[in-house]
Ligand binder design. Structure first.
Ligand code: SF4
Ligand code: SF4
Ligand code: SF4
Length: 177
């Protein structure tokens, strides 16, 4: 199937959060107030202002050494996006699928009831969509549709210094994976 895909190689991620900051910057999302919760992961979760979050899983090995695992979390831009199927029923136009890139894009101008949003969030297998109290619509990662339409890499991929974040034609990305 044609289109674009991400490959996130978690074996290379250092948890630097450059991708998370780049996502905020490009999307002009405001900073999120955080608190010390006993983890280096901040903020605690995705939100209408945080489309990308590096999740930290912190453990202590039997030897007493710290073990850190990092997972840069964001929308997977599913081939068959369940969020769109649900939105088509509950809030038509809120989610669209670009047939060329297969980016799953939300329209913040489409307002939805909390009930409708609940259904859209719950059907996503990865718990990605968030409700934006400011717009009354949904929000999530856009695949940096404006950037990729201009031939640029998504901001999170461009900023990653380790090769964890990769993006390109789906066939090439599948080979890489
Ligand atoms: Fe897939 Fe969820 Fe992203 Fe929709 S919001 S494309 S269901 S990961
Ligand atoms: Fe954020 Fe763009 Fe990366 Fe999506 S593709 S996580 S919107 S920087
Ligand atoms: Fe990991 Fe790359 Fe993001 Fe840094 S920029 S947290 S290495 S994915």
């Amino acid at each position: 199937m044609a289109g674009k895909s991400f490959f996130i190689d978690t074996t290379k991620c250092t948890g630097c959060r450059g991708c998370q900051a780049a996502c905020k910057q490009w999307n002009q999302n405001p900073g999120t107030k955080t608190t010390q919760r006993g983890t280096y992961q901040n903020p605690a979760d995705l939100s209408a202002a945080t489309f990308k979050l590096v999740r930290f899983s912190e453990e202590t090995a039997a030897s007493g050494e710290p073990r850190w695992y990092f997972f840069p979390d964001q929308c997977r831009h599913c081939l068959y996006p369940l969020c769109k199927m649900e939105a088509d029923k509950k809030a038509p136009g809120a989610v669209t699928l670009d047939t060329k890139t297969r980016a799953v894009i939300f329209d913040p101008a489409v307002k939805m009831s909390p009930e409708a949003f609940k259904g859209i969030r719950e059907i996503c297998p990865f718990d990605i969509p968030r409700h934006d109290a400011k717009t009354g619509g949904m929000s999530k990662c856009t695949m940096c549709f404006d950037r990729i339409s201009a031939g640029l890499l998504p901001a999170c991929v461009k900023s990653c210094p380790t090769g964890t974040m990769n993006f390109g034609d789906r066939d090439a990305i599948l080979k890489m994976a």
